[in-house]
Design a protein around this ligand. Structure first.
Ligand SMILES: Cc1cc2nc3c(=O)[nH]c(=O)nc-3n(C[C@H](O)[C@H](O)[C@H](O)COP(=O)(O)O)c2cc1C
Ligand SMILES: [Fe+2]
Ligand SMILES: [Fe+2]
Length: 393
């Protein structure tokens, strides 16, 4: 993508990756992504904020060249992950006078992950201000969004917050501005669910920390630039809040139909009690959709048959991910079926210890569900309805 202009002195010089469909070899990218990098040209010095994934190094270098830049003084590395740092070696080679500015933790990570020589890296304390002449960039440490070394950079004069992954979205667009892309809200929620949700508590602190800044634009390292920053800040406040929705997320598998039968009955049992349900048949579930549903659901119920004494492997994978992203679900349970015996419930519940949820009694059928199974599912639906009623305001 040709460079685009944010202000008189700030340019988006990164790359749009229309075709990428998987991130970290795990996360589906239905809408591609972008690796945003920004040039800030002060009256005396020039800074590059972040780089791009090494697969697209040529786009970044070409855009910097198009701007006629022959000297970069500072390369600010807000984050050491390779989709933003991976092109640092090429930029440093092309611009030998440049120094990298990172947090102290970032310095170690860049040395370890990319073997960048330590003498080219300056570690910046929280609140360091870099003067470019008529523009000043403040480096603000915001750890754990989503690595220990992360920081954001604030352009004081143009009031732009370069937030890197924080507030990002995996969304490839030709337009620069979020206000012209209605899809950005969904993409940002997906991104939050997949990448940021485990750090909900620390995000609160980081949000407070940047809360005092006067921000005209948030320029993240993935997806469009927020020219209406309150929209994404409000969305984040909602996602990180403790409030949950009257909703059950129901990931499940059924090999021969028994668990499916239970799931079908259970969906109706919940809906007739006024509880919303999001079922996910894990045969064909996009894990991002599942993570997104977990952002605000009050309850997660996992459905599995018993396979070689434990849960179905696809359920294991989904449960592992649900546990890893640490959603704010308050209640959890398990439903499913077995033929002769095993430890499906014990194994599955043992995998969900990261959830700070109260476990409700599981419903397990031997083979096809019976009338007794359906009464037990009614009991579970009643319990969920009551529990939700007690926590909703
Ligand atoms: C490959 C395979 C392995 C299984 N292993 C077990 C097992 O270890 N213990 C058990 O009780 N049932 C086992 N079963 C039986 C299923 O758990 C049982 O048929 C259950 O009702 C299937 O539920 P579903 O119809 O929702 O797939 C196994 C079934 C299959 C196909
Ligand atoms: Fe990252
Ligand atoms: Fe990233």
């Amino acid at each position: 993508m040709y460079y685009r202009q944010l202000t008189n002195t700030t340019f988006s010089v990164g790359a749009v990756d229309w075709n990428r469909r998987l991130f970290d070899e795990l996360i589906p990218l239905p809408d591609g992504t972008s690796y945003n990098a920004y040039i800030v040209r002060g009256s005396e010095k020039t800074a590059l904020v972040d780089t791009v994934d090494p697969t697209m190094a040529d786009v970044l270098l070409e855009n910097i060249g198009r701007l006629g830049i022959d000297r970069i003084d500072y390369i600010i590395a807000n984050h050491a992950e390779q989709d933003h740092s991976g092109t640092l070696p090429q930029v440093m080679e092309r611009y030998p006078e440049s120094s990298i500015m990172v947090t102290p933790k970032g310095k170690t990570l860049l040395e370890d992950l990319l073997r960048i020589p330590g003498n080219r890296i300056l570690s910046a304390e929280d609140g360091t201000v870099i003067s470019l002449g008529d523009r000043n960039l403040e480096l603000i440490h915001t750890p754990w969004v989503h690595w220990p070394e992360t920081m954001v950079t604030y352009n004081r004069e143009d009031r732009i917050l370069f937030s890197c992954d924080f507030f990002g979205s995996h969304l490839a667009t030709s337009g620069l501005w979020a206000s012209a892309e209605p899809a950005v809200y969904e993409a940002a929620k997906r991104y939050y669910a997949e990448i940021m949700m485990p750090f909900r508590t620390v995000i609160r602190k980081n949000m407070e920390k940047i809360g005092g800044l006067d921000i005209a634009m948030i320029a993240p390292s993935h997806g469009p630039v927020y020219d209406n920053p309150s929209s994404i800040l409000d969305a984040y406040r909602d996602w990180i809040s403790d409030s949950v929705r009257n909703e059950v997320v129901l990931p499940y598998i059924s090999m021969h139909g028994s668990t499916q039968h239970m799931v079908n009955y259970f969906i109706d049992a919940l809906v007739t009690r006024g509880v919303m349900v999001k079922p996910f048949n894990l045969v064909s579930t996009d894990l991002g959709e599942l993570a997104m549903a977990l952002v605000d659901a009050a309850t997660i119920v996992i459905g599995s048959p018993t396979v070689l004494t434990g849960p179905h492997p696809l359920v294991v994978s989904a449960a592992y991910i649900a546990n890893m992203v640490r959603p704010k679900a308050r209640f959890a349970s398990i439903i499913g079926s077995y033929g002769w015996g095993g430890k499906m419930v014990e194994q599955l519940s043992g995998m969900l210890t990261g959830l700070k949820a109260t476990f409700l009694e599981p419903v397990i059928a031997k083979g096809l569900p019976t009338e007794e199974t359906f009464r037990a599912l009614d009991r579970l639906a009643n319990e969920i309805q009551e529990k939700h009623g007690s926590i909703m305001v």
